[in-house]
Design a protein around this ligand. Structure first.
Ligand code: GLU
Length: 537
């Protein structure tokens, strides 16, 4: 054996042509895009955002969207993370046209496998070919040797990396490589960059348009010590074989684009188009910074779910970050499918998009306000069951369905998230001990209540009205009319009756209005609470 490619890749017997000839052709008129996450347990809001961008453009335009699992970084690979990823996306109704099936190795679509760790032989076939063409080479440098090269470069103020004359194995002889292999030295495969000094190139990006970036002159690793390729190489091969025509990805990859284009060139392939999405940022005092997985709760998608933001609200909030006029359209198209909005790649933010939680709260409360009531009730039940099991079992379910519904109906216009439900309804569900604080709250000069006698007459009048009402009230207005009438007849001021009633029924300063409380609590519960307070006055 006297050629390098066979020496390094004995086990690879196929050639690139064997793979390319077998390849099915996609419809050339279709844009093909993909989302290619690396499986990890942490689900960044950013991942949802980028997936949505792909999904919107794909499904709005009848393109193809496939999902690929980029798990070549085996140290990080977590077996079920990809399943979790798909499950979470299901919550957001995000669909793919093709995706990896992890239970059995063979996916059902033409371009399988969609999991990179299962494509090792394919990558090696192409790497072997690059070696044959002298466009890649094995590198046996140890970490110590790399550090040494780095210090020499630092001393001469040169870029610190492996390239050109600073890559001892770049032009090593066949015999040297053979000897290194025989001595069982570990090696990586590096790409032989055709460029050898810094210059800027201009590229066109579908979001950012003309961008000027540094050309790549580094001999980047394309195959790691343990045999799997790096992201740079693997995605080039996959995007070619899976016939991706538009790569939408985050702009951290933008500086690597010149390398990727060199790799496409080296393989003699046309590259797809690229669209690089700007990062999500937050305001930190008066400056902006990228959302950080370590510092910011809101970087984690679970945070939004645990705080009971509705998936629909999270989506609308993110759509608006994708195209800033979405919100205006949504205001007059509440029930329309988002795909009816004219999203445009070039209208995406070119530098950053701000994650503003107040905005999300606003979107969420608006959706709650406009939700069909029975949907809202079902959603609440689902959330309570999942996140407030104790309250759900021991309080919510123990009460009348109608009672729960009345409460929710009352709160529908005020809830920012459903999480507030439990907190805002304690006085509907619980019986408290009347404390001195409550008594203090009753005296309220602004309402012309200077002493407890006034409180008592207000409460007694209310009891009288409630006792005379045989049935429950039909509407809040009905209660209001009766009360206003009676208060006038008894020569009292509205506040002198309604304030004590509000305190008696809620034991809180900030609560719904007296009429609303009576309407929800009904005659029986309202009378009971008022009597209870009167007893201690
Ligand atoms: N695996 C890469 C990542 O998670 C994918 C980038 C791409 O879409 O090409 O960042």
């Amino acid at each position: 054996m006297n050629n390098l490619e066979d020496l390094l890749f004995k086990e690879i017997t196929k050639t690139p042509n064997d793979i390319l000839w077998d390849l099915k052709k996609r419809d050339p008129n279709k844009v093909v895009t993909r989302i290619a996450p690396s499986p990890t347990w942490f689900f960044h809001i950013w991942t949802l955002y980028t997936t949505m961008v792909d999904e919107i453009f794909a499904h709005k335009n009848n393109w193809i969207l496939f999902l690929r699992s980029e798990d070549t970084d085996q140290k990080r690979e977590i077996k079920w993370a990809m399943k979790k990823y798909i499950d979470i996306l299901n919550i957001f109704w995000i669909r793919f046209d093709e995706w990896p099936i992890w239970e059995n190795l063979k996916d059902v679509w033409d371009f399988w496998p969609y999991t990179q760790s299962q494509r090792e032989e394919i990558y090696k076939t192409f790497i072997k070919d690059l070696i044959k063409k002298d466009l890649a080479y094995p590198c046996f440098l140890t970490q110590d040797e790399i550090n040494e090269i780095r210090s020499i470069q630092e001393a001469s103020k040169l870029p610190t990396w492996i390239y050109d004359n600073y890559s001892p194995w770049r032009n090593a002889s066949f015999d040297d490589v053979k000897k290194a292999l025989e001595s069982k030295k570990e090696f990586v495969i590096r790409f032989k960059s055709p460029w050898n000094f810094t210059k800027k190139i201009e590229i066109f990006d579908e979001i950012k348009w003309r961008v000027s970036i540094a050309e790549n002159f580094l001999d980047i690793v394309i195959q790691k010590v343990w045999g799997l390729p790096t992201y740079h190489f693997a995605h080039v091969v996959d995007d070619y074989l899976m016939q991706t025509t538009l790569v939408i990805r985050w702009d951290e990859w933008l500086p690597s684009l010149p390398l990727h284009l060199q790799l496409f060139d080296a393989m003699n392939w046309n590259s797809p188009k690229y669209a690089h999405i700007s990062p999500l940022v937050k305001l930190d005092w008066d400056s902006r910074r990228k959302l950080s997985k370590r510092k910011d709760d809101e970087a984690n998608l679970e945070y939004y779910l645990e705080n009971w933001f509705l998936p629909k609200a999270i989506l609308d909030f993110l759509y608006n970050m994708i195209n800033a006029w979405f919100e205006d359209w949504r205001a007059s198209n509440l029930d329309k499918n988002y795909l009816e909005y004219n999203f445009e790649l070039e209208k995406m933010p070119k530098a950053w998009a701000l994650v503003d939680l107040d905005k999300l709260k606003w979107v969420n409360s608006n959706i709650i306000k406009n939700m069909d009531f029975s949907d809202l009730y079902d959603t609440l039940v689902k959330y309570l069951e999942k996140y407030e099991t104790e309250f759900y079992q021991n309080t919510f379910l123990k009460n009348d369905l109608d009672y729960n519904k009345k409460i929710l109906k009352e709160l529908q216009t005020r809830l920012v998230t459903l999480k507030e439900y439990k907190e805002l309804t304690t006085f509907f569900y619980n019986d408290f001990k009347i404390t001195e604080d409550v008594k203090k709250l009753l005296i309220n000069p602004k309402m012309k209540i200077e002493n407890l006698d006034i409180v008592k007459s207000g409460l007694n009048l209310t009891l009288e009205i409630l006792t005379n009402t045989k049935k429950d009230f039909e509407s809040i207005d009905e209660i209001k009319n009766i009360f206003i009438d009676e208060i006038k007849k008894n020569d009292l001021k509205n506040g002198q009756v309604l304030w004590p009633v509000r305190v008696a029924l809620s034991w809180e300063e900030f609560s719904p209005w007296a009429f609303e409380l009576i309407f929800i609590l009904w005659v029986e519960k309202s009378s009971y609470k008022i009597k209870k307070l009167l007893d201690v006055l």
